[in-house]
Each structure stands twice: as C-alpha cells, then as structure tokens.
Design a protein around this ligand. Structure first.
Ligand SMILES: [Zn+2]
Length: 278
C-alpha cells in the first residue's frame, strides 16, 4: 500500500514540476503587460512600424512567449542585452504570425557572436548555413535546438528592411524547415494538397533559378538559394518579407505558395499616417 502512495505522490510531484508549474509561469508571462523598455526596442524596427495594429499586438504576445522559453548566450565576450533579445525575437516571430505554429518548439538556445564567426561543424554541413569565404558565418541553424547569429549582421538585416537580406528571417526559416526532422526545403504544412503544391511550385522554381544562373542571368532570388532546396526556402522567405511587391510581380506562383503558408501578406504593410515623418 505504501509503495502505491509513494508512486502516486512521485507522479503528482513530477507533473507539478514538469508540466503544471512551467505552464503557470508561461501563462503569467503572457498575461503580463508588454514591458515598456522592450517596446522602445520594438518601435525601432522598421517592420513593426508598418504592421497592422492587430498584428502588432499578436507580435508582442509571440515575443513574450519566445523570450520566456528560449535562452540566449553571448559568445566571444558579448554581453547579451534586452535590445538583442527583443530585436531577434521580433524578427523571428514575424514568421509565425497569424497562423498555427509550435513557437519554434525544438529551439532552445540562441548563441550570439559580435560579428561573423567560424564553425568547423558548420563547414561540414551545407544545410542551414549562411557562409562567407573561408568559413566565416553570419548565422547557422541546427536541428538540435540551436541557432547561432552574428549581431552586426542581425542589425544590418533589421535596419535594411527592404533589401531582401535578413539573417534572422533566413535562419528561423531553417528552423521551420527542420521541425519535421529534415532540412529539405519543406516545413510542416497544413494538408496533403499543400505538400503537393509546395513540391511542384518550389521544385520548378528552384530548377528555374539554377538554369538562369547557368545562363549567367541576373535574378531577383539570391543565387545562394540555388545551393539546395533548404537554402532556396530560406532565401525566398527573406524576399517574401522584405521585397514582397517585386517578388509577387516576378514570381507570382511562388509568392502565392508562400502566402498560403505564412498567411500574411507583407505587400499590405504600409506606414500609418502618424508614423510618416516629413
Ligand atoms: Zn541558410
């Protein structure tokens, strides 16, 4: 009899510490007001300024969830600040607005270097890596719950919101791609028909990009996207959020396939009159 009571007590304690308490802490974090100092950092983001107010509010909630569940580590002497945490969280959570998501369920750790860094591991694996010559990296996404970012590159990507280049969007698109266990350019989609369309459209456009590059043609899509299907998805995600009008005009079918996945249309994001300065 005693051992039954002990097992029941142990199960109850395990549930309390592993499930109930973390859930209660998360609920409390989500119910708390968005901190005013975080808002100052958020309002520096050119993208945040042009989001519809409903998406701004949703983004604040996603940021609170993100910062409650992910851990940041500074590398090479970098001290991680709230500005870094909020800036990275805001860009990452653009990818999961207005749709069901797992909040980057697998991701636990975000490592930040002051600037580009080297990784012997990364050089052996072409998936999930933004690289410069000689193995210098701006960002890496691993399927075992880690992302590595160069802070100066993050800042460049955030401040130039319309150049189609953003290392945070790129690496977190890799995280979405890796959620199903393979970095193959196809994230978790909503139904079987979506997978069929995704495969047809992205496969065709990926081959078209490779052929265009072989002919020496200039393309809107960064040539790095021709590396493999995983890089293709990450690169067109950057375009979708940062140059949506040009992307839609030149690759309408590809744009609409991403639109069906992300369920938000950055073409509609315009500055409100109050935010326009003359
Ligand atoms: Zn990549």
């Amino acid at each position: 009899m005693l051992w039954i009571i002990l097992v029941a007590l142990g199960s109850a304690l395990a549930y309390a510490f592993l499930v109930w308490l973390p859930r209660r802490r998360l609920d409390k974090a989500l119910q708390a007001p968005f901190p005013s100092d975080w808002m100052l950092y958020l309002q520096r983001s050119p993208v945040y300024k042009v989001l519809p107010s409903s998406l701004q509010l949703e983004l604040q909630q996603k940021i609170k969830h993100f910062l409650h569940t992910k851990r940041f580590v500074g590398c090479d002497g970098l001290q991680v600040s709230d500005e870094m945490r909020v800036t990275i969280a805001a860009e990452a959570c653009l990818l999961i607005l207005n749709r069901p998501s797992t909040q980057f369920r697998k991701l636990r750790w975000i490592y930040i270097f002051p600037s580009q860094f080297r990784s012997k591991q990364a050089q052996r694996n072409e998936y999930g890596v933004v690289s410069k010559p000689a193995g210098s990296l701006l960002g890496v996404s691993w399927s075992n719950g880690r992302i590595v970012l160069a802070w100066d590159s993050v800042q460049r990507g955030v401040s130039s919101a319309d150049d189609g280049s953003n290392v945070v969007l790129h690496e977190f698109a890799h995280q979405l791609d890796q959620e199903d266990g393979s970095a193959d350019g196809a994230p978790l989609l909503y139904d079987r028909a979506s997978y069929k369309q995704w495969s047809e459209v992205l496969g065709r456009e990926f081959n078209a990009l490779r052929e265009a590059l072989e002919r020496g043609e200039q393309t809107l899509i960064n040539p790095y996207g021709a590396t493999n299907p995983a890089e293709f998805f990450a690169v067109i995600t950057e375009l979708f959020f940062e140059r949506p009008a040009q992307f839609h005009d030149t690759h309408p079918e590809l744009f609409n396939t991403l639109l069906a996945y992300y369920r938000i249309d950055p073409q509609n994001w315009q500055p409100s009159e109050s935010s326009i300065s003359t």
